[in-house]
Design a protein around this ligand. Structure first.
Ligand SMILES: NC(=O)c1ccc[n+]([C@@H]2O[C@H](COP(=O)([O-])OP(=O)(O)OC[C@H]3O[C@@H](n4cnc5c(N)ncnc54)[C@H](OP(=O)(O)O)[C@@H]3O)[C@@H](O)[C@H]2O)c1
Length: 323
């Protein structure tokens, strides 16, 4: 099969050994589309190695058609169109994955749209509702609101009645996020978000992929009993925590990654998505926001676009050409 080989300099689409398997409990997919994630850029730069046992090929999410079903897999069949959350291996023609990491397409969505779902929606659902335990009506601050994860999280907040405030890097991105359901927002290039978020009412939960450079400001806008769920450190990995505020306001700081979780845990997150979000995707109440796609052989251009913070929503790679 063909797959992307990468180093820091370049990515090339060339012949590679197909993955072994499927072992019992696994399935093999012929990939149609692959999602691009910020993590792929970090992995390529040498800052985010794949977890033990995972493919060294980039790619954390795909859509495609099942072509082989391992022993003991129930409820999936060859020929079925699915999407999958991977620990790696998505920038390729085929992947083998634990069946618990696979979901059928939501009714009415095509393969291109489905490739935009697994990583962004699983991350948003996991951290808003499972780790962050959002309670009825609680208010949410989403940093990187126009990212793949952010545009999924805005729609989950809107759909499940949680007012949300976004920070992002341009007024045009803010307008799009408000159309998606954000109540208000702040362009991070205008300085600190603290006054704007306080004026809005503060946050009971912050979904934060920025880390160090936002820690002090996050603590200032986090309400009593608030949760700061840190999912990335684009703004650095070390900062000072104000323990006085942490204790007096009973703030909680939670760190979370999706990729390193075992298949059983990923399966629970996907099952929750299928139960709670798939019907809303089918009805059109929620829709993946796709920014642009490139043929997989041009993955370099797709990465440059993401690296430049130019995307609003998801960037995709076309592998098998099917819609
Ligand atoms: N822990 C997990 O399990 C998990 C899972 C998935 C994603 N993530 C993290 O979630 C974030 C979003 O992922 P994605 O793939 O959806 O991202 P994406 O679409 O590539 O968007 C990332 C956006 O972050 C903003 N940004 C970049 N550098 C920044 C900085 N130093 N300070 C503040 N904002 C900055 C930029 O938007 P603006 O210019 O508009 O601000 C950029 O477009 C990433 O950090 C990723 O690593 C974590």
């Amino acid at each position: 099969m063909l797959a992307i080989h990468h180093d820091e300099e370049r990515m090339t689409w060339r012949e590679s050994p197909a993955p072994a398997g499927p072992a019992p409990g696994e399935v093999r997919l012929k990939i149609a589309w692959a999602g691009v994630n910020r993590a792929d850029l970090m992995q390529r730069a040498g800052h985010y190695p794949p977890p033990p046992g995972a493919s060294a090929v980039l790619g954390l999410e795909v859509s495609g058609t099942l072509i082989e079903i391992g022993e003991g897999v129930d409820g999936l069949e060859a020929g079925q169109r699915v999407c999958a959350l991977l620990a790696g291996g998505g920038y390729a023609e085929e992947v083998v994955v634990d069946a618990r990491q696979v979901l059928p397409l939501p009714d009415g969505l095509d393969l291109r749209q489905a490739a935009a779902l697994p990583e962004a929606f699983a991350t948003a659902w996991l951290n808003l509702f499972m780790e962050g335990a959002l309670a009825s009506g609680e208010r949410v601050l989403l940093h990187a609101g126009a990212s793949g994860v952010g545009t999924a999280a805005i729609q989950l907040c809107r759909s499940f009645d949680h007012p949300c405030f976004v920070t992002l890097g341009s007024d045009a991105k803010l307008a799009t996020c408000q159309e998606l359901g954000a109540e208000a927002g702040w362009n991070r290039h205008r300085g600190s978000f603290v006054d704007a978020v306080k004026d809005w009412g503060g946050a009971d939960l912050i979904l934060d992929p920025v880390g160090a450079s936002y820690l002090a400001d996050n603590q200032q806008v986090l309400n009593t009993d608030g949760r700061l769920v840190v999912i990335g450190f684009m703004g650095g990995r070390q900062a000072e925590l104000d323990f006085g505020r942490l204790l007096m306001k009973r703030q909680r700081v939670i760190g979370s990654t999706l990729r390193s979780r075992p298949p059983a845990e990923k399966g629970k997150i996907l099952a929750a998505l299928q139960a709670h979000v798939w019907p809303r995707l089918a009805s059109g109440e929620i829709a993946p926001l796709i920014d642009r796609s490139w043929p997989i052989a041009e993955a370099e251009a797709a990465h440059a676009h993401v690296q430049a913070d130019a995307n609003v929503g998801k960037v995709l790679l076309e592998v098998g050409g099917e819609a």
